[in-house]
Design a protein around this ligand. Structure first.
Ligand SMILES: Nc1ncnc2c1ncn2[C@@H]1O[C@H](COP(=O)(O)OP(=O)(O)OP(=O)(O)O)[C@@H](O)[C@H]1O
Ligand code: NI
Length: 424
């Protein structure tokens, strides 16, 4: 894995470049369920550059959240990351582990999949933070919001004070876990200074009367306020990378816009990198520098915002874009493309383009799985589609009923899959 990063190729391969805060390579995550093996994330690769917002978009079930969880090692049983590399740029960590057998280090980057789990955990907060759609999942209902944010501040301060010591990081996290589990009452462990910082952070995310609200419990916050508090908690660690999974989906439009603006301001202020997961192409257009489009666990198109939105290659991306009238309208949401999201059960996955049965441009060539190809004249634009390097010729189209009834006979909506021809 020591080939140099190839610039000019849309598909990220090889080891990370100096501007990559995070370089993900061939990451795969499976769930081992009674129904069989579910290929939720399938060989996903991408680079997250310094100071950018990378959007991840796709229909429900396309693997966005599982990808996010895989990055921070939070996939729960019966799921497991089964393959891949997660290169994180951290010179201290790289130095700490260089020469350590079994840990892959490349310059300033460390493959987090090879470091001990305790070290991965210790990076959550000071290096990576995740904000989820449901803020209740991030807060313990029986500890005040202020204490929980203050605790994140403390973890960060300990990590900063002694960045090279894996031991201190791990202890920091361990304490945090106790607090979150409610085993140890927080008051004794959070200093006045970190409580003040917590109030300051709540103020920064637009919570009125933060000095009073630090002492309230999560249940006393409205949904929008708790979402803000969760952002404050995520920022408390001053992470390099913020992963925001549908951070505003549950909120009404006005608050949604406020929170997105807030995220954008904070990102610019602090020079963080953000992975922003959303259904909402309006949000992507508003916020992101580059985009990954996911389908059936794979990244099927990637590139700068302009290249993906304006020189769209993949008919799936076209479908997503075509399903909203105006990408500048922040209220626009993805409307479903005709047909169904494919089964991700390993045994039911055909070895062809997973979108072919819903694709208005499906051809013979789509019956073999297309590799990701760089789009002509656009070094940073790639698509897993035969149309990346050839024109569509209607003469090559598969017959309309080619996939008719196959595979999803048990599905009551199956007939929708056969009228995909008017998807454009
Ligand atoms: N706990 C689980 N057990 C089994 N399968 C799971 C589990 N969690 C996720 N999956 C599988 O992983 C696939 C991807 O799910 P994921 O939550 O990443 O989709 P998503 O793109 O985030 O969708 P949404 O937009 O609805 O949040 C799902 O279709 C499902 O099959
Ligand atoms: Ni999700």
């Amino acid at each position: 894995m020591s080939d140099a990063f190839e610039t000019g190729d849309a598909t990220p391969t090889g080891t990370p470049g100096p501007d990559d805060v995070l370089s993900v390579r061939d990451l795969s995550t499976r769930f081992f369920t009674e129904e069989g093996q579910i290929n939720a994330v399938e060989s996903v690769s991408f680079d997250l550059r310094e100071d950018e917002i990378l959007g991840v978009v796709g229909e429900s079930g396309s693997g966005k959240s599982v990808t996010a969880l895989s990055l921070v090692d939070l996939v729960e049983t019966p799921g497991r990351v089964t393959a891949g590399e997660v290169w994180y740029r951290d010179p201290d960590l790289a130095e700490e582990f260089s020469g350590n057998d079994g840990v892959r280090v490349d310059g300033d980057h460390v493959d987090l999949r090879t470091v001990p789990p305790s070290v991965r955990r210790s990076l959550r907060g000071p290096s990576f933070s995740v904000i989820f759609q449901d803020p209740m999942s991030s807060f313990n209902p029986s500890i005040t919001v202020g204490e929980q944010i203050a605790e994140a501040v403390e973890v960060q301060r300990r990590a900063r004070a002694n960045p090279r010591s894996t031991r201190s990081r791990t202890q920091g996290y361990g304490l945090g876990k106790y607090l979150l589990d409610g085993i140890v009452p927080g008051r004794d462990y959070t200093s006045e200074g970190s409580m003040e910082r917590a109030a300051e952070l709540l103020g920064q995310v637009g919570i009125p009367d933060p000095e009073e609200r630090v002492d309230e419990y999560p249940g006393q916050f409205s949904g929008g306020m708790l979402q803000r508090a969760m952002i404050a908690q995520a920022l408390a660690g001053e992470p390099d990378v913020l992963i925001a999974d549908e951070p505003t989906t549950a909120l009404d439009v006005t608050i949604q816009a406020q929170i997105l603006n807030l995220l954008k301001e904070i990102q610019a202020d602090r020079g963080m990198s953000i992975v922003l997961i959303t259904h909402d192409l309006g949000v992507i257009a508003e916020m992101c520098d580059r985009v990954c489009v996911m389908y059936a666990g794979e990244v099927v198109e990637r590139g700068t915002l302009d290249s993906v939105f304006e020189d769209t290659v993949h008919p799936y991306t076209q479908g997503l874009l075509g399903s909203i009238p105006d990408v500048d309208d922040p209220q626009a949401r993805l409307k479903p493309i005709t047909g169904n999201v494919p089964s991700l059960v390993d045994a039911e996955m055909d070895d062809r383009c997973y979108f072919a049965d819903r694709c208005p441009k499906a051809m013979d060539a789509c019956l073999d799985k297309p590799p990701e190809a760089t789009v002509a004249d656009a070094a940073d634009h790639g698509a897993k589609c035969v149309l990346a390097d050839r024109e569509y010729d209607p003469a090559d189209a598969l017959p309309d009923d080619y996939f008719g009834g196959s595979g999803d006979a048990a599905d009551p909506d199956a007939e929708a899959a056969t009228d995909g021809g008017d998807g454009e």
